[in-house]
Design a protein around this ligand. Structure first.
Ligand SMILES: Cc1cc2nc3c(=O)[nH]c(=O)nc-3n(C[C@H](O)[C@H](O)[C@H](O)COP(=O)(O)OP(=O)(O)OC[C@H]3O[C@@H](n4cnc5c(N)ncnc54)[C@H](O)[C@@H]3O)c2cc1C
Length: 322
C-alpha cells in the first residue's frame, strides 16, 4: 500500500476542520495507515498549525517560505512535487484552491487524480474503489482509481469525522530543501469579505435559504421563522446573485465561513461550494423537496418537504410553544 500524505489547509494560523477529517479519510483507505501531514506556509503559521495537527498524524512535514505565505497553486505544486516520494497517495480538501492545485500536480507526478470524493470503499489489486459527487453534487457515482503510480485525491469537507487525538507525531522541517520558488503568478492583496448589518460568522443559530425559496417575496417567511427561532438569516449564492439578500449573508467558499451551533438549510441543494463554508460540525437540519438532494448527506436531520408549506407551520409551532 502506498504511503498516505495529507495536505493541510489552514488560515491565520488555524488548521481547517478538514485537516483532522482527512486523518480519518486516510484510515478509511487503509486501516493500518500511518498518514503524514504536510503543512506549507509562513514560518509563524506553519509552527502553530503543525502543533495542532501533530496528535493526529504519525509525522508532520513542514516547509516555510515567504513564497508560501499566500495560496499560490503554482508554488505549492512545486513544493509538493519535490516533497512527495514516488507513488505517494495525497489527500486534500476539495475546495477552490485544491481544484487549482491538484490536477496539475497529478500531471507533474504522473499520478491518478480523483476529485470530490465522499467515501472510500476498499482496495482491489492496487485499485481504490471510491464514491464521488459529480455535477455540483447532483449525481453520486462509484469510480476506481489506480494506485500504481500514486494518486492525488480531493475529499469533500464533512465526509469523514475527525478522529480522537493520539500520540504527538514527529515534526520534520524541510524548509532548507525547497529550491527555486519563483512563480509567474504574483500575490496582489487579500480582500476581506464585507460585513453587513449582521455578522453571520458570529451567529449561534442560522436559518439559511437557497434557490428553493423561489421568489423574493417568500423571504418574508424565512425572516419570520428566524425571528421565532432567535436566529440570523443566511443564504446560498443564487439568492445573493438574484439580489434578494446582501453578499455578507452568503455562506460558502466565495462567501462567509460560519460555525453556528445549529444550521437550518431551507431549499439548498448542498453544493461543495456551499457546504465548504460551514465549519465546526454544527447540527445541520436540511429541508428539501428532493429526497436525493446532496445536502442530506451532510445533514444530521433531513426533512423531505416543500419549504413553502413547511416554514409557516414550523414558525407557528415555535411561536405557539413560547
Ligand atoms: C467558484 C464558485 C464559487 C461558488 N461559491 C459559492 C458559495 O460561496 N456559496 C454558495 O452557496 N454557492 C456557491 N457557488 C454556487 C454553487 O455551485 C451552487 O450553484 C449553489 O450553492 C446552489 O445554490 P442552491 O442550493 O441555493 O440552489 P440549487 O442548487 O438550485 O438548489 C435548490 C434546491 O432547492 C430545492 N427546492 C426547490 N424548490 C423547493 C421547495 N419549494 N421546497 C423545498 N426544496 C426546494 C431543490 O430540490 C434544490 O435541491 C459557487 C460556484 C462557483 C463556481
Amino acid at each position: 500500500m502506498a504511503a498516505i500524505f495529507v495536505y493541510i489547509t489552514h488560515k491565520n494560523g488555524e488548521a481547517d476542520d478538514t485537516a483532522f477529517e482527512l486523518a480519518s479519510a486516510a484510515k478509511a483507505i487503509d486501516a493500518a495507515a500511518a498518514p503524514s501531514a504536510i503543512v506549507l506556509g509562513s514560518s509563524a503559521d506553519v509552527e502553530q498549525v503543525a502543533s495542532q495537527v501533530a496528535p493526529y498524524y504519525s509525522e508532520v512535514i513542514t516547509a516555510s517560505h515567504d513564497a508560501l505565505q499566500y495560496p499560490n497553486a503554482e508554488v505549492q505544486r512545486k513544493v509538493l512535487a519535490s516533497l512527495l516520494p514516488a507513488k505517494a497517495l495525497l489527500l486534500l480538501n476539495h475546495d477552490s484552491f485544491s481544484m487549482d492545485l491538484a490536477p496539475g500536480l497529478s500531471i507533474v507526478l504522473d499520478a491518478a487524480f480523483a476529485s470530490d470524493v465522499v467515501a472510500f470503499e476498499g482496495i482491489q489489486d492496487d485499485t481504490l474503489q471510491l464514491a464521488r459527487q459529480e455535477h455540483g453534487g447532483a449525481v453520486s457515482s462509484r469510480s476506481t482509481c489506480s494506485l500504481e503510480n500514486g494518486a492525488i485525491i480531493s475529499v469533500r469537507a464533512g465526509s469523514f469525522k475527525a478522529p480522537e487525538a493520539g500520540a504527538q507525531g514527529a515534526v520534520v522541517d524541510k524548509s532548507a530543501d525547497l529550491g527555486d520558488l519563483s512563480s509567474k503568478r504574483q500575490f496582489v492583496e487579500v480582500i476581506a469579505a464585507e460585513v453587513g448589518d449582521v455578522d453571520i460568522t458570529k451567529s449561534e443559530i442560522l436559518v439559511a435559504v437557497g434557490r428553493g425559496i423561489e421568489e423574493e417575496d417568500n423571504l418574508d417567511l424565512v425572516h419570520e421563522l428566524a425571528t421565532a427561532m432567535g436566529a440570523d438569516v443566511a443564504c446560498s449564492r443564487p439568492v445573493v446573485d438574484a439580489k434578494w439578500l446582501e453578499k455578507s449573508r452568503q455562506v460558502g467558499t466565495s462567501g462567509q465561513t460560519v460555525s453556528p451551533k445549529v444550521y437550518l438549510a431551507l431549499g439548498i441543494s448542498g453544493s461543495f461550494q456551499h457546504i465548504g463554508g460551514i465549519k465546526g460540525s454544527p447540527f445541520i437540519v436540511a429541508v428539501n423537496k428532493n429526497k436525493n438532494a446532496p445536502i442530506f448527506q451532510a445533514a444530521d436531520v433531513g426533512i423531505v418537504a416543500d419549504i413553502l408549506d413547511f416554514i409557516p407551520v414550523l414558525t407557528e409551532k415555535i411561536n405557539a410553544s413560547k
